[in-house]
Design a binder for this molecule. Structure first.
Ligand code: NAD
Length: 314
């Protein structure tokens, strides 16, 4: 069925809609005639998006919602149900990332990643599930990551939260899909969005000795930009991180698979290949984990060194 026919007159709620993947979902669904509640913590960007969506003949409501605050998420559900009535699609998409050697990632960074990516998703789905059960239909779509399917050294809290996203979705799928409520988990490889803006970097305290905190904040921007450029580069699995797929094309592919009610959604077959290797060729899979981890930690180290070099010059 054509997307316009499929989505027209239906409704969707999207968290983390102000930027990147969430924003692209909002733009596409609006184009297909789907009414929307868009939410984020970045109200400036969210309002820009709302204005952009005004050109479509749909209902659009913007809601300020931090997914780590259960009361704000419950308020999002209340407004969405009041404004949209029946909810067809729930996109739990808001997320942040944290990179660094495990020993250098602070407990605060670890907990923040888990709070946004895991508890945020839990609060969102929990707030809407009674509505879905009452309606006897609905589709829960969680943006996890390929890092929810493949462990990568230097991404420990992110991996932990994203594997949890996938486990959560499998469990819900097993519980609800035969009762009319669909569940999908989206697992993108690196895509050049604004995710880097909220990325936490774990750096050992010894390396930071004698460096002014403000100088380091500035320096980190340089380190992060090097990291993101390389991490999201268009490269295969043998040298890079299989990133570089444009967000516009990726989201179009996700939408096709959402329509087919797929449980796991990847933008390319690489994702499925990884799942196959883990199950059937575990020796090769272990080699890939080690190679990816070494490559990723090397890149993180390069980014940190660039930042420290800049900070020391200030
Ligand atoms: N970009 C990638 O390479 C990539 C790859 C795999 C998975 N993902 C996942 O995709 C999702 C969307 O990320 P993106 O790449 O579009 O990044 P992005 O930073 O462009 O968009 C994320 C949005 O989430 C919002 N957000 C952050 N914390 C929030 C909170 N506590 N409450 C509400 N909103 C919050 C941000 O303000 C931002 O608008 C995330 O879950 C991310 O982990 C991204």
């Amino acid at each position: 069925m054509k997307s316009k026919k499929f989505f027209k007159g239906k409704s969707a709620v999207i968290t983390g809609a102000a930027s990147g993947i969430g924003r692209e979902f909002a733009l596409n669904l609006a184009k297909y005639g789907c009414n929307l509640v868009i939410s984020d913590i970045n109200m400036e960007k969210l309002e820009l998006l709302r204005k952009e969506l005004e050109e479509f003949p749909i209902k659009v409501i913007s809601v300020n919602c931090d997914v780590t605050k259960n009361s704000q998420v419950r308020n999002l559900a209340k407004i969405s149900i009041k404004e949209l009535g029946e909810i067809y699609f729930l996109f739990s998409n808001a997320g942040i990332a944290t990179g660094g050697p495990f020993e250098d990632i602070t407990q605060a960074q670890w907990e923040k990643t888990i709070n946004v990516n895991l508890f945020g998703m839990y609060y969102v789905v929990k707030a809407f599930i009674s509505k879905f059960l009452e309606q006897k239909f609905g589709h829960i779509i969680v943006t996890a990551s390929i890092a929810g399917s493949l462990g990568v050294g230097g991404l420990n809290p992110y991996n932990t939260s994203k594997f949890a996203n996938a486990g959560f979705c499998e469990s819900l799928y097993s519980e609800y899909s035969h009762r009319g409520i669909d569940v999908s988990v989206i697992c993108p490889f690196p895509i050049r969005t604004n995710l880097i803006d909220s990325v936490g970097f774990g750096i050992s305290p010894e390396k930071l000795e004698g460096i002014n905190a403000d100088d380091m904040q500035e320096a980190l921007k340089i380190g992060k930009s090097h990291y993101w450029e390389e991490f999201t580069k268009k490269q295969g699995l043998s040298h890079g991180f299989a990133g570089g797929f444009p967000v516009e094309r990726a989201v179009k592919r996700f939408i096709k698979k959402i329509k087919k009610k797929k449980l796991y959604i990847f933008e390319r077959r690489y994702g499925r290949a990884m799942q196959f290797l883990r199950g059937f060729i575990p020796g090769l899979y272990r080699k890939i984990l080690i190679s990816f981890g070494k490559r990723h930690l090397k890149l993180l180290n390069e980014a940190t060194e660039k930042a420290l070099e800049f900070a020391k010059k200030q």
